[in-house]
Design a protein around this ligand. Structure first.
Ligand SMILES: NC(=O)c1ccc[n+]([C@@H]2O[C@H](COP(=O)([O-])OP(=O)(O)OC[C@H]3O[C@@H](n4cnc5c(N)ncnc54)[C@H](O)[C@@H]3O)[C@@H](O)[C@H]2O)c1
Length: 256
């Protein structure tokens, strides 16, 4: 099936590993020109940029801490200048944050909200203004989480930030529908990336402990998530908006 993505342009946050770089690879495989955001380590985005340019695609990289409003503004301006316009925004960057609610301080709240939620609000607003002005529509796809609609212990700020992304996607979907801009969320379950922390490699039994919760009996991969992002960024999902799609091997529906 032709996803009709060839020649489109995408800005992807947190493209320096995990699900973000898999999404970048998935979009580039469909002929999409990319602007790849990273924050600290440029090795992976440089690898991707080389790969994509060798395929004849435009590919730019931009260092930005997405918790900074100015950085987000500069990132969006850069992407528009270098790619000419933005058809697709992938709000992927995020952090996990484990702490007991009773021990939390306001800094904990601010940090997670700034990175996981506020950045998506600002980037979406800047890109949607650009898309609305262009008048040819566009796609915004957020990396939310299976916790968008459920609670997990010691993950309060993370759960609130991802719950907020659900509300954000629904609200923007309604307001941006007249501009033919679709806004959707991908809600991954437990995916084998660095966000799961060192315990995955260093603590014997930890991986199996996670797997025990998952009906499909394995962790998910970044590439499997990327396929869903690519579909939601494509012209094959044009009547889908304000939706949150769970990709979790059945874990969310199976919790008692
Ligand atoms: N892996 C999972 O199990 C899982 C499950 C549900 C949701 N998610 C979501 O997927 C997204 C990607 O995570 P991942 O699993 O690929 O893990 P990851 O740690 O490999 O990727 C996170 C990315 O976000 C970037 N990032 C973090 N803070 C940033 C900042 N201030 N500015 C710019 N970039 C920043 C990191 O540099 C990295 O590229 C996150 O939003 C996460 O919440 C992951």
């Amino acid at each position: 099936m032709d996803l009709k993505l060839k020649g489109k342009t995408a800005l992807i946050t947190g493209a320096s590993g995990g699900i973000g770089s898999a999404v970048a690879e998935g979009l580039a495989a469909e002929g999409v020109h990319t602007c790849l955001n990273y924050n600290s380590n440029d090795k992976e985005v440089r690898r991707l940029q080389d790969l994509f340019r060798k395929k004849g695609l435009k590919s730019e990289i931009f260092k930005a801490d997405i918790s900074s409003n100015d950085d987000v503004q500069n990132m969006v301006d850069f992407a528009i200048e270098k790619l000419g316009h933005i058809d697709i925004l992938i709000n992927n960057a995020g952090i996990s944050y484990h702490k007991k609610f009773l021990d939390m301080e306001m800094n904990d709240w601010d940090k997670v909200m700034d990175i996981n939620l506020k950045s998506c609000f600002i980037a979406s607003q800047l890109v949607a203004r650009h898309m609305a002005k262009r008048g040819v529509g566009g796609k915004i796809v957020n990396n939310s989480s299976m916790v968008e609609g459920v609670a997990r212990p010691n993950l309060t700020t993370y759960c609130v930030s991802k719950g907020g992304l659900g509300a954000l996607a629904r609200s923007l979907a309604v307001e941006l529908a007249p501009y033919n801009i679709q806004v959707n969320n991908v809600n991954p379950g437990i995916i084998e990336t660095k966000i799961l922390g060192d315990k995955l490699e260093n603590e014997p039994g930890f991986k199996q402990h996670l797997i025990d919760f998952i009906p499909m009996g394995r962790l998910g991969t970044a590439e499997e998530c990327a396929d869903l992002f690519v579909f939601l960024a494509s012209q094959r999902s044009n009547y889908i908006t304000g939706a949150s799609y769970y990709i979790d091997g059945g874990v969310t529906i199976s919790q008692l």
